[in-house]
Write a protein that binds this ligand. Structure first.
Ligand code: CAA
Length: 240
């Protein structure tokens, strides 16, 4: 029986590419989404991948949603924490609400999704937690005090979990994408975006599939010795 992978924010952008790549690699895939029913339906029609609607910012909704996925498909072996939002503003204009929304989804979302799955992975002695952070969690970004803080938190979360999961064959790794051609990056004002592209040595935005390939690698049984690592995929824009 194939392993079950759950991808948050898995029906659009980088998440959609991850869901498709995991399916192509032989996994049974479930994708969550928070709001866009139309996109989720189109995604399921195109790929046959099950979609489930809940917000990763809501712990109780995660517990309930995960129980439904596991009743439908079996225990989740691979969790991809991909769901993320931006609420960009220079810090002097940033509201408490913009701060909280980003922290709730991009950082607490990792707790909310991983915690209900953790004991099952421990009992079965297998798990893969793969979280999508960002170049901006590594280097900081003007206009993203909230996002940079949350994404840096994702890296610390992963390093702690890696130590706790190691004896139970659960790996935890984090991927830091650079600027990828998705709706999120296209929402950045064109002038700002062009300036950013000018700082990417490969001279272009990344593709969602560049990140999906990293996930498939880290999800595999063969990647069992890799844990607590930060995999950077940013076209050379920031070297760590
Ligand atoms: N560095 C230094 N100064 C900057 C700057 C930068 N990167 N960006 C803007 N400024 C300056 C402006 O020139 C302006 O200066 P003056 O007042 O002297 O003219 C000042 O900051 C304020 O600028 P604005 O009035 O334009 O501010 P704003 O309220 O419109 O907000 C912003 C600007 C929202 C921060 C906008 O610059 C922006 O969207 N920046 C991009 C942020 C970004 O990279 N987001 C990434 C989104 S994609 C993503 O997050 C995915 C991922 O993981 C990579």
């Amino acid at each position: 029986m194939s392993r079950v992978a759950l991808v948050t924010g898995g029906s659009r952008g980088i998440g959609a590419a991850i869901s498709k790549a995991l399916k192509a690699a032989g996994y049974t895939v479930a994708a969550t989404y928070a709001g866009n029913d139309e996109a989720a339906k189109a995604f399921t029609d195109e790929t046959g991948i099950h979609t489930y609607k809940w917000s990763v910012a809501d712990y109780d909704a995660c517990v309930e949603g995960i129980a439904k996925v596991e009743a439908d498909l079996g225990p989740v072996d691979i969790l991809v924490n991909n769901a993320g939002i931006t609420r960009d503003a220079p810090f002097h204009k940033m509201t408490r609400e913009q701060w909280a929304e980003v922290m709730d989804t991009n950082l607490s979302g990792l707790f909310n999704m991983t915690h209900p799955l953790w004991n099952g992975m421990r009992e079965r002695s297998f798990g893969r937690i793969i979280s999508i952070s960002s170049i901006n969690g590594q280097k900081g970004q003007f206009g993203q005090a909230n996002y940079s803080a949350a994404k840096a938190g994702d890296i610390g979360f992963t390093k702690a979990l890696a130590q706790e999961g190691a004896r139970k064959n659960i790996t935890a790794n984090v991927i830091c994408p650079g600027y990828i051609a998705t709706e999120m990056v296209m929402a950045v004002p064109e002038k700002v975006r062009d300036a950013i592209i000018g700082t990417i040595p490969v001279g272009r935005l990344g593709e969602p599939e560049d990140i999906a390939r990293c996930v498939v690698f880290l999800a595999s049984d063969e990647a069992g010795f890799i844990t607590g690592s930060t995999l950077t995929a940013n076209g050379g824009q920031y070297l760590v």
